[in-house]
Design a protein around this ligand. Sequence first.
Ligand code: PMP
Length: 286
Amino acid sequence: MSRTVYVNGAYLPEEEAKVSIFDRGFLMSDAVYEVTSVLGGKLIDFAGHATRLARSLNELDMAAPCSDDALLAIHRELIARNDLDEGMIYLQVTRGNPGDRDFVFPGPEVAPTLVLFTQAKPGLADNPTAKVGIKVISIDDIRWGRRDIKTVQLLYPSMGKMMAKKAGADDAWLVEDGFVTEGTSNNAYIVKDGKIITRNLGTDILHGITRAAVLRFAREAQMEVEERPFTIEEAQAADEAFFTSASAFVMPVVEIDGAAVGAGTPGRVAARLREIYLDESRKAAI
Ligand code: PMP
């Protein structure tokens, strides 16, 4: 059955949804996005995603397509129309369609393009992969310097995932100046002697909404957290490794560049954080 998607004010069957070939999202990757998880038909951390979207738009001098309340209403309408129980809602805002190709930003007469669609993922929370963990390889981080802005420039992350696949792994961690920045589509962590270590925020990583929640829950549970860069060698010698993202929640990493992390099985800290994150997020879902 076809999905109902949202494009610029209209709810349409996916086959009928259209965006112009002159849209700057298409021609210039001049667009930002958000992915919000849905569990039990409710949105996980909508406020966090709306706040980060506003920040991304602001950093790029891009107009907001509508209010946060209107965005929430669209998310809820899509959940209802698609009968979505578990999965994600993808949202993208572009600088719109100026009617031709031009590097110069259009003026305020050009409205932003707003697109949203659902992705049903039954079993998202009970993902069996979380019980076995995943394998990562390390690759050079050659992305642009404003990774704190959630743009749709996802070619290198896609290439990274393909490199991982080719190497028999599941994903890649990106390394810059000898230190791990983040995963291709997630934030990276290690655990050593009970301490959770993850890179500090800056322009070199995305400020993960799941990261913020998981670190808050960890501190509330009296776990020690240190925000600083770490190397691949340190990660390989750690007791545990894991990553976080809105759609994978907390995911154990059991192998890095062919070396087992800890016992080579998901660690206790990652498992506990996943449990707390899912419990608390479900309680706070709207
Ligand atoms: N870093 C990158 C590069 C990402 O693409 C993502 C997921 N979009 C994340 C981190 C995790 O962010 P979040 O927890 O908000 O999904």
